[in-house]
Unconditional design. Structure first.
Length: 612
């Protein structure tokens, strides 16, 4: 059984002894439950912050009495030199800890019986996680929305000092700050502002950032440590770790506490800035970690890739090989070999394809192969032809993968499942009602639905990614034609298009796919992908010219006139793509997975231009 050491600090200032006893007894039960799965050595230090001799003696007597009932907590009492504040009180224990994990817990916090076990399970599954935050409920069973985005000076004022009518007016702002737009029933990776009532740290990164900032006496020290931790490790909210918080805001109880809050808020703002918008966002990259922390490399997996000879597939396979993965590519016909990858010929892709050889000992399937378009097909059988490959072929592969013991199936779908157009600045989200407009989009939606059913029936983990138009080195079709037209200086009547469209550079898409190979929060989820920056057709053409070192030749014809001509000449669909909006929101991938596209549109276009 795996040996795990956990230290814990519980800072008190003349607390309610009945509540404190409830906290300690619940924590002891949770440690006992965790010991069923792990060889846990737990040490809890209660820090007396009162600087009151009589109270200290009372607390000492209480601990001697309660210790008999909670032997597995190895309870200790530490007296601080004065009332040094919440953060510094915890630091007295953190700086001397030699444990693998350290828990910071409030004296009015009651953990559920399986909380420590579930916290260990998550932390042990990913060594990049430096801090875990739990799902918090009140004693009445109502959820407390304590996952928050980085605070601003405006948010601090709204939540702590503004009258009710002002808070009601800016209710949507407060709810977004409290991340109510994100499901609290799913893992949230990249959490910016974790709750201070229960913070489960990996001790090495906690000590590397030197614990809490001692300049905070009370309030906002949790927001500060969350931001500092995100610079070197991941911070995750894990809903399976449940706690009950006997919580009452003390911000308004006295003018003294108001001033403490004001001082802490101003200190936070002085350090981090941000009046109406936070100054920085989550951008953790494991490759930029400080050298003091050791992070194990991911275990090599056998990964079957379909569509490996295509535009996206080639880039994906190259990156997988560089990452040390055992790559097997499924091919339909004889092709040039892919360096350092094994190849299995499977013939036509449909509901009868035999995948047994290709799936042998495979851990993950990444399914890129698809029927993209059918030339000269009749309207009556077009959808039927798409379904043969995109639905029947996909579900047949997934069923065989599940039977072969494959753990995860990553399906590259399409934004066409969402639809063809969006309203300006109202991007598609994963939760939107699907609205495919053509046979390709319908077939992709049906494949998604079938895959999620297979996941429920077999236990195979499914991940679905919906990219918009993908570009990069080796791109073909319309995007390549557009760049060549710009390079040749062909005049284009697209100088007055004010739309917004999302694109994704192939390298960014590949990084998301790789992120989904073993990320625990990706299981049975749908993710949209883009470069994180939406651009108009006019801006895109200008960027294409800049990337190729030429001057773009655009003349401004009113968009309405272009659309009328498109209807007259039967080119409505083409012009719709040039002039219409199609935006996607990648917040879910950023929040749940910590995925951030690393290559900008300008950089991606430069790489694309160099390949033409």
């Amino acid at each position: 059984m795996l040996k795990i050491t956990i230290s814990a600090s519980l800072v008190v200032y003349k607390p309610d002894f009945l509540a404190l006893e409830h906290t300690v007894l619940n924590l002891h039960l949770a440690v006992l439950v965790a010991k069923n799965d792990y060889d846990v050595s737990f040490n809890l230090t209660v820090v007396d912050n009162s600087s009151d001799e009589a109270y200290y003696q009372r607390l000492k007597s209480w601990i001697e009495h309660i210790s008999v009932n909670v032997p597995d907590l190895n309870l200790h009492l530490l007296r601080s030199p004065d009332n040094v504040g919440y953060g510094r009180g915890n630091n007295l224990v953190i700086e001397k800890s030699q444990s693998k994990y350290h828990l910071v817990i409030n004296p009015d916090l009651y953990v559920e019986a399986d909380a420590i076990r579930n916290a260990l399970a998550f932390m042990e599954s990913d060594v990049n996680v430096g801090l875990l935050s739990p799902s918090v409920f009140g004693e009445d069973g109502i959820r407390q929305y304590l996952c928050k985005r980085n605070p601003t000076l405006f948010i601090m004022f709204l939540r702590s000092f503004s009258p009710k009518w002002v808070r009601h007016t800016f209710r949507s702002v407060i709810e977004k700050f409290e991340m109510r737009d994100i499901s609290y029933d799913e893992v949230i990776d990249g959490l910016q502002y974790p709750s201070g009532c229960f913070m489960f740290f990996r001790t090495k990164p906690l000590q590397q950032i030197q614990g809490f900032d001692s300049r905070y006496f009370l309030h906002y020290e949790d927001a500060d440590i969350g931001r500092r931790m995100l610079k070197i490790a991941r911070v995750a909210y894990v809903p399976s770790v449940k706690v009950v918080h006997k919580w009452a805001r003390d911000t308004h109880t006295s003018w003294k506490m108001r001033m403490v809050t004001v001082k802490s808020g101003l200190l936070y703002w002085w350090i981090w800035g941000g009046i109406f918008k936070p100054t920085t966002a989550y951008n953790f990259n494991p490759q930029s970690l400080a050298p003091q922390i050791e992070f194990k490399s991911k275990v090599s997996k056998k990964i079957l890739v379909t569509g490996a000879t295509g535009f996206i597939g080639k880039s994906l396979c190259e990156e997988l090989v560089l990452n040390g993965q055992d790559v097997c590519v499924a091919i339909r016909a004889d092709v040039n070999p892919i360096t350092n990858a094994s190849m299995v010929k499977i013939g036509e892709l449909n509901g009868r394809t035999d995948w047994s050889t290709a799936l042998d000992k495979a851990d993950v399937v990444i399914h890129l192969a698809a029927r993209v378009h059918v030339l000269n097909d009749g309207a009556n059988d077009s959808l039927t032809e798409f379904r043969k490959v995109n639905v029947d072929g996909t579900l047949n592969l997934a069923w065989q993968a599940a039977q072969a013991g494959v753990k995860r199936f990553i399906f590259i779908s399409s934004v066409k499942v969402n639809g063809e157009l969006t309203s300006m600045d109202r991007p598609f989200r994963e939760t939107d009602i699907a609205n495919p407009q053509d046979s390709y989009g319908i077939s992709k939606l049906e494949a998604e639905q079938g895959l999620l059913q297979i996941a429920q029936q077999t236990g195979i983990e499914v991940v679905i990614i919906r990219p918009p138009l993908v570009y990069g080195a080796g791109v073909k079709a319309n995007f390549a034609s557009m760049m060549r037209a710009v390079k040749r200086g062909i005049p284009l009547p697209l100088g007055a298009i004010s739309n917004k469209r999302s694109f994704v550079y192939v390298g960014n898409l590949v990084s998301l796919i790789i992120k989904c190979i073993d990320h625990p929060a990706a299981v049975n989820q749908v993710f949209l992908a883009s470069d994180g920056y939406d651009i108009s057709t006019t801006e895109l053409l200008k960027e294409c010219a800049k990337a190729q070192g030429v001057k773009v030749r655009l003349f401004p014809i009113p968009q309405m006139m272009i659309e009328v001509c498109a209807v007259l000449f039967g080119k409505r669909v083409v012009v719709q793509r040039l002039c219409g909006n199609l935006q996607v929101d990648i917040n879910k991938a950023n929040t749940l997975l910590g995925w951030v596209p690393q290559v900008s549109v300008a950089e991606g276009l430069k790489v694309t231009a160099n390949s033409l």
